[in-house]
Every structure is written in C-alpha cells, then in structure tokens.
Design a binder for this molecule. Structure first.
Ligand code: ADP
Length: 400
C-alpha cells in the first residue's frame, strides 16, 4: 500500500508518499505561500531533480489539488492514479486528552479536534483544513490522524498537573500536554532496535532539539514526563521561544515596556530563545559562526541552551531512578557536534561520557558514547513522516 502523509501549516504544507510494503520514500514536497501572492509547490520524486511550479493557490484545497497533480504527474509522479493511495496520514498537533493513539478520521473525530482549537489556535485550524480538503478530493480514501500530543498521554498526573487552582484543569483543560510526541516515540523505538533491548526494559531520555525543542523521559516505552507543557512554549530554551521562565516576568515586562495585549506572548514565542539572548540568530550555525568571530552573547546563548538541556536530563534521571540511554535528534541534536559536547560535558558521575571522536558525525544513526559509559548516547535522525505513514498503514489495513 502507498500512503500519502500530509503536514499542513497555516500557509505551507509538507507531504510525502511512501510505499509501505518496504517503507520506501517515493516522493516528497512542500507547498508554500498558500493564500498569498506567489504560491509555489516544490516536488521531488526520489532520485530525480526537484521541480518547482509557481501557480495561484487560494486555499488548502487548491494546495492539495496541486499535490495530487504532482504525485500523479507523468514525469515526476509516483502513482498512475489516486486509487493507488491506500491511506492518507495527517499530522495533527493537538488532541487534548481525547486521543492517546492515532485514529481513523470520522465526523466525530473532526468534532473532537474542533473542540481542541482553543488549545492550539495556530496549529489545529490548518491541520483541519488539510483534512477537509483531502476528504473532499479523496472521499473514498481512509484518512488517519496522528497527534503530536498522543504519545505523552501516558504521563502520570504528578507530571501534568500545574500547581494552580485545580478547577482551571477541570474547567479549561489547563494541564501539561507535551508535543513532538511522534518524534519522541520514533527515536525511542529506534533506540531499542539499536541497543537490541526491548523498550519494556529501557529507561530513555530523548532530546528533540530543533527550532522547537523538547526532552522526554520514557520509561518502559511509556512517556512519563516531557518538557513542553500546555503549549509548546514551556521547557527548553528554543530558537525563538523562551522556554521556562518565571511567570511573573510576563506582567512585569508588560508594565515596564507598556506592551499592548498579546505582544508579550509574541515576544516569548518569536523574539526570545537563543535569538533573544544573542541578538544574532535562531539558527545554531549562525551562532557558532558568531562565536568564532568572538561574539560573547552568541556563546552565552549556546551555554544557556545547553544548561537547560542538562537541567532536564538531570531531572529525568532522578524521575526514572537512572537512565540507560540518551537520544539526540532533530536539526540541532542530529547535526550540532559542539552543542552535544556542551550538553554532555562533565557528567561522568552520572555515567554519561561522550566520545569526542565518535561525536564528530552528523545526521546518521550511531552510538557516540565511550565504550565503558553506563549511559549510552545515541544519535538518531528523526522521521515523523514514517511514523505517521506506519500508523496510517496499520489502521487502513485493519479496515479491509
Ligand atoms: P524544526 O523544529 O523547524 O523542524 P529542525 O529540526 O529542522 O527544526 O531544526 C532546525 C535547526 O537545526 C536550525 O535552525 C539550526 O539551528 C539547526 N541545525 C541544522 N543543521 C545544523 C548544523 N549543521 N549545525 C548546527 N545546527 C544545525
């Protein structure tokens, strides 16, 4: 069976087509500037050059139409007709407490996801638009929703309850949910395969360090804690997000800087993180280039970032009473040799010893700890699309 994976943002859309008989990626692409001037689709049949088409796309339905045309194209396509696509897997950011696993999309699921819009006002609406467009254009193809929050639903209440009046949880659903769940789950499964130890017997800490970043504690295959919370703003320092701060700062800056409603939120999401500290960039490559030129604030930003990752690693070792392996994944985790060094530095007493030679590697599944280290350090490129395709495939196969 071939599966189409759709990850729909407000003005962009990423997609992949995979053949699930051998889990081969057949094609992938990106639609940008949906609903704006200069909408463009960039499509790549694996093994061939990319092709780019600038064409008006007023909404997500237009965008999906272009995707369907691209995947069926005579030259760049990978299917003769859409009948060959046995399922569509949709990435959906927030399922609240409703779903702990991927589900077949029905009217009832759509209603439940609409109810979660309040919890993820930026993410769930475009996800739902993508689903609606696909259902319209492929009415007979099973659609499966795969949620960023699902994997974290196993967290115990002591991890997810905030110490604020309890009725805010019961009335408004204010609790910690966690995100990047598909990625944490994928790398946990890969870690188990690499170590040749059953997930049930492992205590793992998975560090998804990209533009957005989060750490999870995974005990016997179940997430017991994660650093993102009610929204993806909590936890680690990120590219442009503050992560954990004293909540009193929000009202204080608002008064001191005389900020209108909503601006403080925007500052914490878009102008903070390593960008905010350094004043240079949210991209770690730029920061490291600036450090080479002697920029001290760029160095400080990297140190603050590393400090926070170390802080969570320590906390999760305590929560799990030990740890067998720490996984690094996503853009920074997979590629940033220097950041992994900063994070793992001087943790020998915890059994964490990075091998500086093995660490000189990028984007490849490999072990980077010293032979004698108690805690294995693993570099695992994430693959959220494959995870989505697997769930879509398995749910669609059961329908037959
Ligand atoms: P997103 O959260 O947008 O999916 P990614 O996981 O793709 O993010 O991570 C993107 C980030 O990864 C970039 O902003 C950059 O900081 C970092 N990155 C990518 N390649 C490198 C590299 N070679 N060295 C250091 N950092 C890198």
């Amino acid at each position: 069976m071939k599966v189409l994976v759709i990850n729909c943002g407000s003005s962009s859309l990423k997609y992949q087509v995979l053949d699930m008989t051998n889990e081969m990626l057949l094609a992938k692409g990106l639609v940008e500037r949906i609903g704006m001037e200069g909408s463009v689709i960039t499509h790549e049949k694996i093994g061939m050059d990319k092709f780019k088409l600038v064409t008006p796309m007023e909404d997500h339905k237009d965008a999906i139409e272009q995707v369907l045309m691209a995947v069926q194209d005579k030259n760049h396509g990978v299917v003769a007709s859409m009948n060959e696509i046995g399922a569509v897997g949709h990435r959906v950011v927030h399922a609240g407490e409703k779903y702990a696993e991927s589900v077949l999309i029905t009217e009832e699921v759509i209603k439940a996801l609409e109810e979660c819009i309040e919890l993820a006002p930026l993410h769930n609406p475009p996800n739902l638009l993508g689903i609606a467009a696909c259902r319209q254009l492929m009415p007979n193809t099973p659609m499966i929703a795969v949620f960023d929050t699902a994997f974290h639903q196993t967290m115990p209440p002591e991890s997810y309850i905030y110490a604020i009046p309890y009725e805010y949880y019961t009335k408004h659903g204010i609790r910690r949910y966690g995100f990047h769940g598909t990625s944490h789950k994928y790398v946990a499964q890969r870690a188990s395969a690499m170590l040749n130890i059953n997930l049930d017997e492992l205590k793992l800490i998975t560090c998804h360090l990209g533009n957005g970043a989060s750490v999870s504690a995974i005990k016997r295959g179940k997430c017991i804690d994660t650093s993102m919370g009610f929204t993806p703003l909590e936890g680690l320092v990120m590219g442009t997000r503050s992560g954990d701060i004293d909540p009193a700062i929000v009202t204080y800056i608002r008064e001191k800087e005389n900020l209108p409603q909503g601006v403080a939120n925007e500052i914490l999401n878009k102008k903070s993180g390593v960008l905010g500290i350094s004043g240079v960039s949210s991209d770690f490559r730029d920061l490291e280039a600036a450090v080479e030129d002697g920029n001290e604030r760029a160095m400080l930003a990297l140190q603050v970032f590393a400090h926070k990752v170390r802080f969570y690693i320590g906390a999760y070792i305590a929560e799990m009473n030990g740890c067998d392996a720490i996984v690094f994944t996503a853009g920074v985790g997979e590629n940033d040799v220097m950041m992994r060094e900063l994070i793992c530095n001087n943790l020998g007493n915890l059994g964490i010893k990075l091998d500086p030679i093995k660490n000189k590697v990028r984007g490849k599944e490999t072990i980077i700890s010293m032979e004698d280290a108690k805690v294995k350090l693993l570099l695992i490129p994430t693959n959220e699309e494959l995870m989505i395709a697997r769930d879509a495939y398995s749910i669609a196969s059961r329908l037959k």
